[in-house]
Write a protein that binds this ligand. Structure first.
Ligand SMILES: NC(=O)c1ccc[n+]([C@@H]2O[C@H](COP(=O)([O-])OP(=O)(O)OC[C@H]3O[C@@H](n4cnc5c(N)ncnc54)[C@H](O)[C@@H]3O)[C@@H](O)[C@H]2O)c1
Ligand SMILES: [Zn+2]
Length: 677
């Protein structure tokens, strides 16, 4: 029995060492963190049950990995440790109880609480206020000297005012979500390897031998603690130390708070969790630290982590599961989307059974096949997706588990049997049957009725499918046809009580006279989303004006380029679409407005300069909007500049604007000025 345990312990240690190397040294993990954490917890449990088998070199006793030889080594005067994890409320309760027992404290303890940033730990050394060296955590005792790379990060101050003779600041280097996506999109377009997540991208970017590469990647930084400090009396609490670092101009996280007792911790956890998806950076939990430094000191450390702090983790957003089948779904515009049917898995806080595979090229690139073990990701409200497969877990071709063939898109539509085409330069394959394809018909009606479009309450997916399958309706215009939609007809549907039938009829009635923007969106023109629909409605005022516009006229609208213009022209050129629109006109489905042509914009004569990354608008979109309102966008700030629009990580233009006293706007203020809010 014990030799069995010994074997498992040895195996776990080998596996964990392997994953540590992939993760900490190569910045290229093979398995999701949740899987790694399971292995580590299993090992911890076995070592706890068999203390005689615990060894000082076990991965449970150590932090990170030894520094890369390519960098000079930096010894940490105060070790840089890890954090113990709490995965449940009970874990948090136990942590608080241990802390109170350790301190002999009866009442509620005071905690400093912060997000757990998903980046990598670094330490920054300042001598007489001058940045002299910076290093990674490494194995906790010795890290890598990455000073040159750290100097390229704008958020890190290189010179401090009123600093003590010696100060070590600890914190996290991270990559914002949008910068990560941009980096991976670039890598993909060049056929290079993508990073698994922002954390690995940040680590990979910081641990570059050529700091010009680091400078091209956008990294940022948050301070969350200090190391060795000389020549200054520290305030008594962590919270006040952070405030002090903030005054020294270190970026400190605005989400940090001071709370009391377990209730305070759990309340913060829920509050931060609700914000998680909206934060511009990834977090994987909340960190709770005893606020009083004297109490921290009294509790001290265990092997690899402090006793006075803990990381409370949110449910993992990436998990492992198995692909049971790959189906193909047909969408509103006829696009065929491969969908992985998964062995149910709990990820991102819900049980997931399907994940999108996007398109044929993606399935090929990732080489996803039935039977594969895959990493699924579900973050926030985003549709779950298959991130990658684990090639080493692919079933081998043998008598028991036949190896499945690579995925191929069907050549005929799975819904209607019409031929499938893939247009030159487009990733998507499409059914060629247009609205004769029942799947497209259903999707078109579902889209028409959706909340952001005509907003017909109670007309959900299942109901539309039934109504189309039973031949009640074929197009959105049929919804307003009393010969097709009435109490008698609706009563023929399954699970349709008289009450819900009359509610539905009332909801359809109430959907008439929609404003033009919603109606344009409801039409489901390819490449015309909510914002474009609004822009078109504002620009043309009436549907007839839009239908009569040629490509040049369409392209006067902000953000409408040749592709969108072509989609609009193609849609209105289709006789079937025109017929449906005429019936919708007769039903008074929409209401025209007044055109607001662009030429005499209210911002005529105003000059704008853009700097930094805006939360929602791309730079091109912001420029298009300003120009549509008659304004001009210039490249540099001067006395002639009227407004500087600043986003995250603004550059020298921001400072220049401050110097010249130019009005600085954020995105919301810009939209307000444009009259869009
Ligand atoms: N997928 C894999 O193969 C693999 C391999 C190794 C490690 N991992 C993952 O790495 C993590 C373990 O690594 P770890 O030892 O660095 O521990 P950790 O990341 O769980 O916790 C310690 C770290 O938290 C960071 N941190 C973030 N915000 C902080 C804050 N406000 N205050 C203090 N510290 C803060 C610091 O960088 C610190 O070093 C786990 O999530 C594990 O799943 C994954
Ligand atoms: Zn079809």
């Amino acid at each position: 029995m014990s030799s069995e345990v010994e074997r498992r312990i040895a195996e776990l240690r080998r596996l964990i060492e392997h994953h540590n190397y992939q993760y900490y040294v190569l910045d290229a993990p093979e398995v999701p963190d949740a899987e790694y954490d399971r292995l580590l917890r299993e090992l911890q449990a076995l070592e706890a049950a068999h203390p005689e088998l615990a060894t000082p070199d076990s991965p449970t006793q150590r932090v990170g990995a030894a520094p890369l030889k390519a960098f000079a080594e930096v010894a940490h005067a105060v070790p840089m440790l890890s954090l113990n994890n709490a995965f449940s409320e009970e874990d948090v309760v136990a942590f608080d109880r241990r802390a109170r027992e350790g301190l002999g404290h009866d009442g509620e303890l005071e905690y400093a609480v912060e997000p757990k940033f998903d980046g990598l730990a670094i330490t920054l050394h300042y001598q007489d206020g001058q940045f002299v060296q910076g290093a990674t955590r490494g194995d906790g005792y010795t890290g890598e000297d990455v000073s040159a790379n750290l100097r390229t990060i704008h958020a890190i101050p290189l010179k401090l005012e009123d600093a003590p003779p010696w100060l070590e600041v600890r914190g996290e280097v991270l990559m914002l979500k949008r910068d990560f996506e941009r980096l991976n999109a670039d890598a993909r377009s060049r056929g290079e390897k993508e990073f698994a997540n922002p954390r690995n991208a940040a680590a990979g970017s910081l641990r570059q031998l050529d700091s010009r590469v680091t400078a091209r990647r956008r990294l940022t930084f948050f301070a969350y603690g200090i190391g060795r400090v000389e020549g200054v009396e520290l305030p008594p609490t962590h919270g006040e130390v952070m405030d002090w670092l903030g005054r020294l101009r270190f970026p400190v996280c605005p989400e940090r708070r001071i709370v009391r007792g377990v209730q305070g911790l759990l309340h913060y956890f829920a509050e931060l969790g609700a914000k998680r998806d909206k934060l511009p950076y990834e977090i994987d939990g909340a960190v709770y630290k005893l606020n009083r430094l004297a109490e921290q000191e009294a509790l001290g450390f265990v092997a690899r982590a402090p006793r006075w702090a803990i990381a409370h983790k949110y449910p993992a957003q990436e998990e492992l599961t198995v692909v049971e089948a790959i189906d193909v779904q047909v969408g509103r515009t006829g696009v065929l989307t491969p969908v992985a049917r998964l062995k149910p898995v709990f990820v991102g806080g819900v049980t997931v059974t399907n994940a999108t595979l996007h398109n044929e090229d993606e399935v090929r690139r990732k080489d996803v096949r039935v039977g594969d073990t895959v990493i699924v990701r579900r973050a926030g409200d985003v549709i779950p997706e298959v991130v990658a497969i684990l090639p080493e877990r692919r079933p081998m071709r043998d008598l028991v588990t036949p190896l499945h063939e690579p995925f191929a898109m069907p050549t005929r539509c799975p819904e209607c049997g019409a031929p499938v085409v893939k247009l030159e330069g487009e990733a998507a394959a499409r059914c060629t049957n247009g609205l004769s394809c029942p799947a497209q018909r259903k999707q078109a009606i579902i889209h028409f009725a959706s909340r952001r479009a005509m907003d017909i309450e109670g007309l959900g997916d299942k109901l539309v499918e039934q109504m189309v399958d039973k031949g009640l309706i074929e197009t959105p215009a049929d919804l307003y046809d009393v010969k097709k939609i009435n109490l008698v007809k609706l009563s023929e549907l399954e699970r349709m009580a008289e009450k819900s039938a009359s509610n539905l009829i009332a909801a359809i009635e109430a959907s008439r006279h929609k404003d033009l923007a919603r109606f344009i969106l409801a039409l489901g023109i390819r490449n015309v989303g909510e914002q474009t629909a609004k822009d078109l409605a504002r620009h043309f005022g009436t549907l007839d004006a839009l239908m009569q516009a040629d490509a040049a006229m369409l392209m006067q609208v902000p953000d409408v380029g040749p592709v969108v213009a072509e989609s609009i022209l193609a849609f209105f050129a289709e006789p079937h679409n025109r017929a449906v629109i005429e019936r919708l006109r007769a039903a008074q489905a929409w209401q025209d407005g007044a055109a607001q042509p662009v030429t005499a914009g209210h911002l005529a004569g105003k000059t704008f300069v853009l700097t930094g990354t805006l939360p929602d608008l791309s730079r091109e979109a912001a420029k298009a909007r300003i120009e549509a309102a008659g304004g001009k966008v210039a490249g540099s700030v001067s006395k002639k500049t009227d407004y500087v629009v600043a986003g995250a990580d603004p550059g020298s233009k921001y400072t220049k604007a401050q110097e010249l006293g130019v009005t600085i706007l954020d995105e919301a203020q810009l939209l307000e000025l444009l009259g869009e809010k």
